[in-house]
Design a protein. Structure first.
Lengths: 272, 262
């Protein structure tokens, strides 16, 4: 499985967010979006961020993915501190950021499935032949064998998400940022994909930070669920979930603990 | 290319062909029944017969027109890609260029074409310039707007991967712009033939425009119309040619209308 494990193993925590705050300036006033967010994700952990729509989750993700800056605070990824608050116009941190999977699959119709998967590698300067070889190794695990040369429009929603995840994984960073990856899927496909993602996470040793507003999804998949307040977002509560749940992971069975967690989260999220 | 596909194509074309035949038959009947003089309105059969009789002349002029059209279009393509790319990279350049793009489109060709002859003579150059003038605007605008249709999410994804502005341009913005580019190219090439004819009409050594002008002066309405038909054929051919190019350059933008899922 050497090709399947994350490629960089840097010392330190995969992800440590300390006291991050951000506000947007409109022409009338300054609106805080994130206030004093601190989150730690340990290696190999599956952590979910849950919060009401528009609470600022995506802004936090944009900061982690290097798309946005914070006003204050610190983010350390794999021991590397992101230049969060610098005044430089270009503040990209090429090496340190997480692999980011946006809400839409963003597969390019002009690329085959295989070539969509290698996009991140190509951007990072890997040659096409080598990138393709590395991607091909992962096709069986992602259930995409035989679709290498297909175009994305011929894939089902679930398969498209798997291609998008493969593209994310191939970037070779330790930490995956998944922004509501199953939001657009029908509920059946969604459940299948959750099971699949869980299995992959367990086998591959990924570190995952997942954004969702589906309480059940968060509880089924995570080691830890972090509930955020409505805008401006701050951490309202953290729920730890034990593993393994019962005898091995049985995602389709809602255990007592999971039910309790769901209730707690519902209370946390609805009492404003 | 199987038979069923050929049958489908014919079926799609049939309504247009039928309408065309109907119009021609109506025209022919009208000319025969009313006995109008051929100098005023020749019958389509006469236009066709005379066109065949003068085909070598027509061909010589048509190839001159085609030549300037292709040169003009190629130059337009180069210039519009350069300018659209510059506009895409340099925001203030957009602001400075856009007014001139629009202005170039408001120049009356009727006025400028004769001036071109005065400035640049009867050769190829003035025709090419007129063609550039009429095709430049739609193609450049199509490209600029094509680049702008790029989805912010895709840009964000590439940025998160650490892509440079240039990588975002050629890996994302260029392919994204292809549908609009080809739409504007089709508008452009159709204008191009008309532009070429007009420039030749004003003054030229060869070309369908010159031919039409000369035949009109000797009341050969039939030959003028034969040249018109040839012009239309040429425009349609160029128009279809852009689809062929699109199929090769940007196959994902071509709607097959057939579900290949499976």
């Amino acid at each position: 499985m050497s090709a399947n494990t994350p490629l960089r193993s840097a010392p330190g925590l995969p992800l440590k967010i300390s006291n991050v705050s951000k506000s947007f300036a409109t022409n009338r006033d300054v609106r805080p979006v994130l206030t004093d967010i601190s989150i730690t994700v340990n290696r190999g952990e599956f952590v979910s961020l849950i919060g009401p729509s528009g609470c600022g989750k995506s802004t936090l993700f944009n900061i982690l993915a290097g798309l946005d800056r914070a006003d204050s605070g610190e983010v350390v990824i794999d021991g590397v501190t992101l230049p969060l608050t610098g005044s430089a116009k270009r503040f990209r941190h090429r090496a340190a950021h997480c692999a980011y999977m946006p809400q839409d699959d963003v597969l390019f119709p002009w690329r085959t499935v295989l070539d969509n998967a290698i996009l991140g590698l190509q951007i990072a300067g890997t040659g096409r032949a080598e990138a393709r070889a590395r991607a091909r190794d992962l096709f069986p695990a992602f259930g995409l064998t035989g679709f290498e040369d297909a175009h994305p429009e011929h894939l089902s929603g679930g398969m498209r998400q798997r291609v998008a995840l493969l593209r994310t994984v191939l970037q070779g960073t330790n930490t995956l940022l998944l922004d509501e990856p199953f939001g657009a899927l029908d509920s059946l496909t969604r459940t299948d994909m959750q099971d699949w993602l869980h299995g992959m996470w367990r086998d591959m040793g990924w570190t995952i930070l997942l954004i969702t507003h589906d309480i059940r999804e968060a509880v089924r998949l995570s080691d830890r669920v972090i509930a955020l307040t409505p805008r401006p977002a701050s951490v309202r509560g953290i729920i730890e979930l034990s593993r393994p749940r019962g005898d091995g992971f049985e995602p389709s069975i809602t255990s007592q603990e999971m039910m309790r967690a769901e209730t707690t989260l519902t209370t946390l999220l609805h009492n404003t | 290319m199987d038979i069923s596909r050929a049958v489908r194509t014919v079926r799609r074309l049939l309504p247009a062909i039928l309408l065309g035949v109907l119009l021609l038959v109506g025209w022919e009947l009208y000319v025969r029944i009313s006995g109008v003089r051929p100098q005023i309105l020749p019958a389509p059969s006469r236009v066709f017969a005379q066109g065949i009789a003068h085909s070598s002349d027509l061909w010589r002029h048509a190839s001159a027109t085609l030549q300037v059209t292709l040169i003009g279009c190629s130059l337009t393509l180069i210039v519009s890609w350069l300018i659209a790319t510059a506009v895409d990279f340099i925001p203030w350049f957009r602001l400075s260029v856009t007014p001139f793009l629009v202005a170039s489109q408001t120049i009356p060709i009727v006025a400028i074409a004769p001036l071109m002859i005065i400035w640049f003579g009867f050769g190829t150059l003035p025709k090419v310039l007129v063609i550039i003038l009429v095709t430049f605007f739609p193609i450049t605008l199509g490209l600029i707007e094509g680049f702008l249709t790029t989805s912010p999410t895709a840009t964000a994804l590439l940025t998160s991967m650490g892509a440079s502005r240039w990588q975002i341009f050629y890996r994302l913005r260029v392919p994204q712009a292809m549908p609009r580019f080809f739409t504007s190219l089709r508008i452009g090439v159709t204008y191009a033939v008309v532009g070429a004819i007009f420039a030749e009409y004003v003054g030229a050594r060869a070309g369908l425009g010159l031919y039409m002008s000369a035949q009109k002066n000797s009341f050969r309405t039939d030959l003028v119309l034969a040249a018109v038909a040839l012009t239309a054929l040429m425009s349609v051919a160029l128009f279809l040619f852009t689809y062929l190019v699109q199929r090769i350059v940007a196959p994902w933008t071509v709607v097959t209308g057939k579900d290949t899922r499976g």
